[in-house]
Design a protein around this ligand. Structure first.
Ligand SMILES: *[C@@H]1O[C@H](CO)[C@@H](O)[C@H](O)[C@H]1NC(C)=O
Ligand SMILES: *[C@@H]1O[C@H](CO)[C@@H](O)[C@H](O)[C@H]1NC(C)=O
Ligand SMILES: *[C@@H]1O[C@H](CO)[C@@H](O)[C@H](O)[C@H]1NC(C)=O
Ligand SMILES: *[C@@H]1O[C@H](CO)[C@@H](O)[C@H](O)[C@H]1NC(C)=O
Ligand SMILES: *[C@@H]1O[C@H](CO)[C@@H](O)[C@H](O)[C@H]1NC(C)=O
Ligand SMILES: [Ca+2]
Length: 499
């Protein structure tokens, strides 16, 4: 009897103990969770606060110096290829000042690795990270190529740059045709296997010479091919394979839509300056046959809408990195993270190939990546980018779509579909066919969970880094207005521009 009573007591005790432990542990985990969530939020806020921040180093005041930008936890230098007064304007606006650009490590050699190269700004971007540039950290720059700025009050800006001889400045908005005597100047290609390729030579001041390859991109090459009546630029090369002659022109920078090289900007002062590999020159390969993707703006406006989705439905998307960073923090820190929701701005993106050649992926087939989650191969690292920007130019949300599968989804009447992603099929977009990413497919969104209600810009771009050559790049991006409220999203007033 005693034995039984004792056992009963023990059981009751154990049950009580288990209950208490359960209650205690629940309370503790909830407290802990709250604390951890707060910690993570603080950490993210701190990182976000510095992300994209600019500092000027080596100048005589805090408004002057070499430009360094903060990204992913460290400072990095900005390279001077394509660096100009528009870019300086963007940097200086953060101090409420106007400004001018300097090149060639005016304020000392780079002390950090380069973050940015080939930065192209229009001048009205809210911050430097909103300008177009190579991928973060992807540069070919030497220590003596750091970009700089001199910021000052509008009224102090020198009206005549020639007064500023002590500082190596970049000319403002000057076209090549205003710098050289174009009636005495000519262009030709030499050293190629056929007339459509070769080293670009320019006749200046009585002699033929080469063009500096530093900062030479498909945009400059496009102007050369059009200039010579050879069509479009298939490749822009920085190479020695077409031979060498004295470099007599540097600092040329084009939008890509100019009809002659003379309409491009000459963003340099004084003598030829050409850092980089000795013996290399600017070269091009031209063709009359290229693809031309045209991003459909109407479809974006009509299809854009918000959707709240529970995270358990987004596991594939998370593997492909299609949600913003906070989603991964939530996953790490909140035990029942599957029941948290994300707010997605979904939209359909459709690109028509209006050119006269197929659009083929940048990567050869053997380098395509198989994506288990979505059960198809991805052939292009970055085919499209989606960004939500605030009016100060800060990127407040970014589509992380890792990769894409290019195919003919819809074609004009009478055009046969050719490319399909199924069964390791060939990928591409045929002439007069469109590659369509419907709003309801995975990752076709921007995760706007952390974006408050307000007015923003929404930017979509295809082939954003011009990795695949096209006839025209000025129809590859759509810059739209975006109104976000707590209940709906409105995308309107899209216009085409270059990515
Ligand atoms: C756990 O929290 C609840 C309410 O928050 C409270 O009533 C309860 O007493 C707590 N338990 C312990 C063991 O602290
Ligand atoms: C720039 O000017 C705006 C409005 O005049 C002001 O709100 C902002 O704080 C200024 N920024 C700096 C860095 O001075
Ligand atoms: C052209 O040549 C003349 C004499 O050879 C020289 O004085 C002048 O500076 C040159 N101009 C350019 C733009 O190089
Ligand atoms: C080229 O595009 C720019 C915008 O990027 C535009 O301002 C300019 O007028 C265009 N030039 C030509 C020749 O179409
Ligand atoms: C594509 O469409 C355009 C305009 O509708 C037409 O002129 C062209 O011949 C078509 N090209 C092909 C290859 O179908
Ligand atoms: Ca295009």
């Amino acid at each position: 009897m005693l034995q039984i009573k004792y056992t009963m007591n023990l059981i009751v005790l154990i049950i009580l103990l288990i209950r208490t432990v359960k209650v205690v542990s629940k309370n503790v985990s909830e407290n802990e969770r709250a604390l951890r969530a707060e910690f993570v939020q603080k950490l993210l806020n701190k990182q976000n606060k510095f992300e994209g921040k600019i500092k000027l180093v080596g100048g005589s005041s805090k408004y002057e110096g070499n430009v360094y930008i903060y990204h992913a936890g460290r400072w990095g230098a900005v390279c001077d290829d394509n660096w100009d007064d528009e870019a300086a304007a963007v940097v200086c606006r953060s101090f409420n000042l106007s400004g001018i650009a300097t090149v060639g490590s005016q304020y000392g050699e780079a002390t950090e690795k380069f973050w940015l190269d080939d930065v192209i700004c229009q001048g009205d971007e809210p911050s430097l990270s909103k300008c177009v540039f190579n991928r973060w950290g992807s540069t070919d720059c030497d220590k003596d190529e750091v970009a700089g700025v001199i910021c000052m009050d509008e009224r102090q800006l020198p009206t005549n740059r020639k007064d500023q001889d002590s500082v190596q400045l970049v000319y403002k908005e000057e076209k090549l045709r205003d710098v050289i005597d174009i009636s005495m100047s000519k262009l030709r290609l030499t050293g190629g296997k056929n007339i459509r390729e070769g080293r670009v030579e320019i006749f200046l001041n009585g002699t033929w010479g080469s063009i500096c390859p530093d900062g030479w991109t498909v945009y400059e090459a496009s102007a050369v091919c059009r200039h010579l009546g050879l069509g479009y630029a298939e490749q822009a090369l920085q190479t020695y394979v077409f031979g060498f002659s004295n470099i007599i022109l540097s600092g040329v920078s084009c939008e890509g839509n100019e009809s002659t090289l003379f309409d491009c900007k000459h963003k340099q002062r004084g003598n030829v300056k050409c850092p980089g590999d000795i013996g290399h020159t600017a070269a091009v390969v031209c063709t009359h046959f290229l693809a031309d993707l045209v991003l459909d703006m109407t479809v974006i406006e009509r299809s854009a809408h918000l959707q709240d989705v529970m995270m358990y439905q987004l596991q594939c998307a998370m593997e492909e990195n299609c949600l913003s960073r906070t989603a991964y923090e939530v996953q790490k820190l909140i035990p029942d993270w599957q029941y948290e929701t994300r707010r997605l701005l979904r939209f359909t993106a459709s690109s028509l190939n209006a050119g006269n050649a197929e659009f083929r992926p940048y990567l050869p087939k053997h380098l395509w990546q198989w994506h288990l989650c979505h059960m198809h191969y991805h052939s292009m690292e970055v085919f499209a980018t989606f960004d939500v920007l605030d009016y100060n130019g800060l990127r407040v949300a970014e589509g992380h779509k890792a990769s894409f599968c290019l195919e003919d989804n819809t074609c004009m009447n009478g055009v046969q579909k050719q490319y399909s992603c199924k069964n390791y099929g060939d990928q591409g977009i045929s002439v007069n066919c469109s590659d369509v990413y419907m709003y309801n497919i995975d990752c076709q969104w921007v995760d706007v969970t952390d974006v408050g209600p307000g007015d923003y810009h929404f930017k979509v771009a295809v082939n954003p880094h011009a990795r695949v050559a096209e006839q025209n790049y000025h129809n590859n991006a759509a810059l739209c207005n975006l109104r976000l409220t707590s209940t709906y999203a409105l995308v309107y007033g899209c216009r085409h521009e270059r990515p």
